[in-house]
Ligand binder design. Structure first.
Ligand code: PMP
Length: 309
């Protein structure tokens, strides 16, 4: 798979051409992977506008991640929203959804002194279709413990181990991998949370098991409640996952991806519970059947000139 290269990137407070959006080799973002980020999703709504999901929540988590890693970020929700909207306006294509990566890079500073950050936004087009079910494996790599690289925040450096797990998974024919925590229980996958269904109940591990504090999971929990499906956050043993009735990955980019096998063992392809949740999720984020747990910030595409320079 090749990374898309859309025409513009938001960097240094304005839009730049893709190949001009570069970082200096000497900055801590490059030498020590000092960055925190958010993946944000925007969906076309049936009647025309483009809606970005849970912007406030993403902004707040970005601020929390930055605070924990001592990356200064002097901004506001309005400025964050305006920056995303500016890039969205420049790149939107009819009927194609977009995923935005909003990253705070440490562009100046040394060992945490005099750190200066820059908000960089890249965006990628996505086709509007439900994701295909995947084969999942359990990785030999573990999620980092809270005392090392805290999984509950979204730091680029957390994804070193996810990358290794993906490489391991590819050799085993798996599209994604589960990372266990230091105690050998289920933490999350390389880029999303894990939900499983057993006997009509949906389970997911709490963040204290080594997962990101997921924004999508909160939506899915609220949807499950309104559909009268019990939803429980509690630790999950590895063997419990292997004998689950249904499994799905859950996250902003993953949305809800159904799992068709785990460590080579096939799962019920119908996945009735998680499929019905997946269906309800898409109707909510596309505003076909709104839900109080889904907050959509609407970007009305304007043909206005962009502040390109
Ligand atoms: N865990 C990891 C490691 C992730 O990268 C993501 C995606 N952001 C998630 C969980 C799901 O979080 P969210 O629902 O906030 O996107």
């Amino acid at each position: 798979m090749k990374l898309q290269e859309p025409k513009y990137v938001y960097m240094g407070g304005k839009l730049r051409l893709w190949h001009e959006a570069t970082l200096h080799v000497g900055c801590e973002a490059v030498t020590r992977s000092v960055n925190v980020f958010e993946g944000v999703k925007g969906y076309w709504q049936p009647n025309g506008p483009f809606g970005i999901v849970q912007l406030r929540r993403h902004y707040e988590r970005l601020c929390r991640s930055a605070r924990l890693l001592h990356i200064p970020y002097d901004s506001s929700l309005d400025k964050y929203t305006a920056a995303i909207a500016e890039l969205a306006n420049a790149l939107l294509e009819p009927d194609r959804d977009m995923w935005f990566r909003t990253t705070l890079f440490a562009v100046e500073g040394y060992w945490g002194e005099n750190t200066v950050s820059d908000l960089v936004i890249t965006a990628y087009h996505q086709d509007q279709r439900p994701p295909d079910p995947i084969d999942l494996g359990v990785s030999t790599w573990r999620r980092s413990p809270d005392v090392s690289l805290p999984a509950r925040i979204k730091a680029g450096s957390n994804y070193q181990v996810a990358r290794l797990a993906r490489i391991e998974g590819r050799a085993r024919g798996c599209q994604d991998m589960v990372l266990l925590n230091g105690s050998g229980r289920v933490a999350e996958s390389t880029g999303s949370c894990i939900v499983m269904a057993r006997k009509g109940i949906i389970y997911t591990p709490p963040a204290t098991e080594g997962t990101l504090e997921s924004i999508t999971l909160d939506i899915v929990e609220a949807l499950a409640h309104s559909m009268d499906i019990p939803f429980v956050r509690r630790p999950i043993d590895r063997t419990e996952l292997l004998i689950a009735d249904e499994i799905a990955l859950c996250g902003t980019l993953a949305e809800l991806i159904l799992v068709k096998s785990v460590d080579g063992m096939p799962l019920d392809p119908q996945a009735p519970l998680l499929r019905s949740l997946q269906d309800r999720f898409f109707r909510a984020v596309r505003n076909v059947e709104p839900h109080s747990s889904v907050d959509l910030s609407v970007v009305t595409p304007a043909p206005a000139p962009v502040s390109f320079g």
